[in-house]
Design a protein around this ligand. Structure first.
Ligand code: NAP
Length: 249
């Protein structure tokens, strides 16, 4: 494995739009080479072009995060091609909302596969190149639903809540190896995921948010960029809610 670059290499899943695209842009602005991952190659290439237009560096790899073998191969390929893997942002996520009484096994399993199982496989595979580099940053994107639950989202909340225990355990296992693991838990953010919500739900969410508006993807990216930074070396196993004060006690 040749070390072709001195730049730290970051993988961002779900980077084709929304929060993931903003995270990728923020990490590229931090001077990282960002590997953009999702299923839609055209959208990923648009994000790559925007990063390059701003003077950053990025590449594109397609992967369906519900396919476990593909996830392992993705991470191995990044480490092989770049000779390193320093930062892993597990951001790809889906919803299959339904009340529990009506929820199908497929709705439960699909969400767990993309939101949780892929994170387990990506992290497990990324640890070896991070350990070789004696440096690593794992940032997992949870949700306020994982912190406080949400009617109609028992599958999604279970996946996002599981990321908290998973990340803290990973943080404890890897702390002595100079690898940190942290969580960002967004509130309601303006993306395709929330665009489909009925107006009554959007209005209710804004009313329940102290700042009285949805967040912007860039506001999540700022928190991720901190956890990914060189200066965040003494911060691990932490959960930061970026939610306009929604879960403030
Ligand atoms: P989004 O606009 O729906 O974008 C989702 C991203 O994930 C896209 O890039 C999508 O790309 C990718 N993705 C979905 N399924 C995938 C799969 N099977 N394989 C690979 N990539 C896949 O969502 P978002 O709002 O930016 O959300 C990003 C993350 O933040 C998610 O984990 C979400 O749960 C979390 N979050 C969002 C909010 C919010 O209010 N928006 C709140 C809390 C937490 P392709 O379709 O091209 O594959």
């Amino acid at each position: 494995m040749a070390d072709k670059t001195e730049k730290r290499v970051a993988v961002v899943t779900g980077a084709s739009r929304g929060i993931g695209a903003a995270i990728a842009e923020a990490l590229a602005a931090q001077g990282r080479h960002v590997v953009l991952v999702a299923r839609n190659a055209d959208k990923l290439n648009e994000v790559k072009a925007a990063i390059e237009a701003a003077g950053g560096e990025a590449s594109v790899m397609t992967c369906d995060m519900s396919d476990g073998e593909a996830v392992v191969k993705l991470i191995e390929d990044v480490a092989d091609q770049h000779g390193r893997l320093d930062i892993l942002v597990n951001n790809a996520g889906i919803t299959r909302d339904n009340l529990l009484l009506r929820m199908s096994e497929a709705e439960f399993d699909d969400v767990i596969a993309v939101n949780l199982r892929s994170v387990f496989l990506a992290c497990k595979t990324a640890l070896r190149p991070m350990m070789r580099g004696k440096w690593g940053r794992v940032i997992n994107i949870s949700s306020v639903s994982g912190l406080v639950g949400n009617a109609g989202q028992s599958n999604y909340a279970a996946s996002k809540s599981a990321l908290l225990g998973f990340t803290k355990s990973l943080g404890k296992e890897m702390a002595a190896k100079n690898i940190t693991a942290n969580v960002v838990a967004p509130g309601f953010i303006e993306t395709d995921m929330t665009d489909v919500l009925p107006d009554v739900v959007k209005d209710g969410a804004k009313a329940a948010t102290p700042v009285k508006r949805f967040g912007k993807p860039e506001e999540i990216a700022g928190a991720v960029a901190y956890f990914a930074s060189e200066n965040a070396s003494y911060t691990t196993g932490q959960v930061i809610a970026v939610d306009g004060g929604m879960t403030m006690c």
